[in-house]
Design a binder for this molecule. Sequence first.
Ligand SMILES: Cc1cc2nc3c(=O)[nH]c(=O)nc-3n(C[C@H](O)[C@H](O)[C@H](O)COP(=O)(O)O)c2cc1C
Length: 302
Amino acid sequence: MNTEVNLAGIKMKNPVTVASGTFGYGREFSEFFDLSKLGGIITKGTSLKPRSGNKPTRVCETASGMLNSIGLQNPGVEYFAENDLPFLRKFDTAIIVNACGSSVEEYVELCKILNTLDIDGVELNLSCPNVKAGCMAFGNTYEGVKHVTSEVRKVLDKPLIVKLTPNVTDIASIAKGVEDAGADAVSLINTLLGMKIDIDKKRPVLENNTGGLSGPAIKPVAVRMVYQVSQAVNIPILGMGGIINGEDAIEFMLAGATAISIGAGNFISPYTSINTVEGIEDYMKKHNIENIIDIIGKVEMN
Ligand SMILES: Cc1cc2nc3c(=O)[nH]c(=O)nc-3n(C[C@H](O)[C@H](O)[C@H](O)COP(=O)(O)O)c2cc1C
């Protein structure tokens, strides 16, 4: 059985990666399993300078998923390069840095630095719903996405994946902006914007008022968007949104994803990602599939 995939020039031993912001920089999870078993690790959103994020309360549960408004708290790219990257590089897995910024210039400066680091690729976050400036400001129009991506492309020789928000009306046209700007892959979806109200206090539970919904509740939306994007662009797709097992991962791959990420599933159990690798292998055995790439985009529509 061959589970290898090639996402935008990044070779992975299997299609399973962990989604940005749900796996830190890997340290905590390395106490539970060998990170080399993963196809790839996507780091916490990393910015040019350190960010303290939003004020608490930043996370809450709903009946069908979690809401978060972390606001991209991170120690900044210099700290990452000195302290976290050497740790991550001990493992035989692809390391992809999730990059975030508040202006085009900041994305460009950050990616100039990332271009010099020993990493396998960059996932450009144009999709965070939880920061006032940046990310979403560029991420919800064809022109906005194309502009930032083109500017970053000029300074980044490494594989470039652009991550999209689902909080738009026509995801396919926005993905086209990613492709037209010369990126190597597109990743989707980030969280769906939501709100929870404390009925006794008559106030939103999250200090930021709104937050992003993640977990199994959003999976059908994500699968639909991955399929729509796969019909609109020729670059590969990194699919995510509610994946918690091998069956979910296969669904995304049939819809058109070359690789997948596990996000909120990492909070349900630290083993969700490696169980998903095994689940994919079980499916391959059951269906006599020798090469995992043979199922990518193979859904037969009614
Ligand atoms: C607590 C938390 C923090 C997140 N931080 C980031 C981030 O820094 N950058 C990013 O691109 N996405 C971030 N995301 C979005 C996830 O990477 C993923 O796209 C989303 O949660 C959907 O997948 P899931 O349903 O499997 O969690 C975050 C999600 C959660 C739950």
